[in-house]
Design a protein around this ligand. Structure first.
Ligand code: AKB
Length: 312
């Protein structure tokens, strides 16, 4: 049975990942850590600032962890507003986590992102091995992180694994400071206000995925036979690619009176414009049988059902 420690456990991915892993491996085999207390505790939890390398190692040792999932990070829009903080936290936290994995011989997961690509990358069907010259601090962090994870595997044999996540859509914990967050906000506003003002311009395509598929992907990749992985880190994965008018139309199928207008935020629009329109995930499909179950319509139906219960 695995013993998994997670950093950033109160974040958008972390909060649902903890529950998923507790279902899979048992409540007491998953240690959640974060810089702040969770709203509710469902198992072992410790306060951890990922800049505190010593405490990170002590917690992993005392817990008897065999796996470390490093989820704590600043997202793209926040990172662009605070580049020095983003470098220090995103890279410093990752280095600390990789060192703990090296010293304690832990299996390791950390997410990269579509943000690891830049304007000079092939926009459609972006290949697994593509040109990576991102123009955002978040992208610089993500490419560096991908390289660092490769380095720890080749130099020290640490079993590092990871995916490039697209925008993740969920109804449990709101994302914060991302560029793709509009595709989460729109569902909340559809229920509460019946309308939404998009900060992303019409015609801007980005890859997206519903959270249950993202969680399944993490578990599947971590369980995969390591001998079959040629890429290990930073696998392209996606479930759908859409632009704001298409998600609005998907919502209108269930809420016909829903309306959307635009007030484009130049900062987040510039980030979105620098990212791919759609990823090619054939490497993930071939090497560890990645698949996503939810398309835009199935996700919209589920999001609206779940949120109607929660918000009304
Ligand atoms: C963001 O928008 O910053 C994230 C991401 C795509 O990595 N959701």
């Amino acid at each position: 049975m695995k013993k998994i420690m997670i950093t950033g456990a109160c974040g958008q991915i972390g909060s649902e990942l903890v529950e998923k892993l507790r279902e899979e491996y048992g409540v007491m085999n998953v240690l959640a850590t974060d810089i702040r207390e969770p709203a509710t505790k469902t198992g072992p939890f410790e306060i951890l600032d990922v800049m505190d390398a010593e405490k990170m190692q002590k917690l992993a040792e005392n817990f008897g962890a065999d796996t470390l999932m490093h989820m704590a990070a600043l997202l793209s829009a926040t990172a662009e507003n605070n580049p020095v903080l983003a470098w220090n936290l995103n890279m410093g936290g990752l280095m600390n986590a990789l060192e703990v994995a090296r010293k304690l011989n832990l299996q390791f997961f950390t997410p990269s992102s579509i943000g690891a690509f830049g304007p000079s990358t092939q926009k459609d069907h972006t290949p697994q091995d593509a040109f990576q010259r991102p123009t955002t601090m978040y992208g610089v962090n993500k490419v560096s992180g991908e390289l660092l994870c490769d380095y720890y595997y080749t130099k020290y044999g640490v079993d590092t694994r990871g995916v490039r996540f697209p925008g993740l859509i969920s109804n449990v914990t709101a994302p914060g400071g991302g560029t793709t967050d509009y595709a989460v906000d729109i569902y909340y506003k559809a229920i509460t206000d019946g309308s939404y003002t998009s900060y992303i311009a019409e015609g801007t395509y980005m890859d997206m995925m519903y959270m249950p598929d993202a969680l399944d992907a993490i578990v599947k990749l971590m369980e995969a036979d390591g001998d079959k992985l040629q890429h290990r880190n930073a696998f392209n994965i996606t479930a759908m690619s859409f632009e704001p008018a298409q998600i609005a139309a998907a919502i209108q199928k269930y809420i016909p009176e829903f309306t959307m207008d635009y007030a484009v935020d130049p900062a987040r629009q510039a980030i979105a414009d620098s990212w791919p329109d759609s990823l090619d995930c054939s490497a993930a499909e071939a090497e560890w049988q990645f698949e996503a179950k939810f398309d835009l319509d199935a996700m919209t139906k589920d999001m609206l059902n779940q949120l109607s219960e929660k918000l009304q």
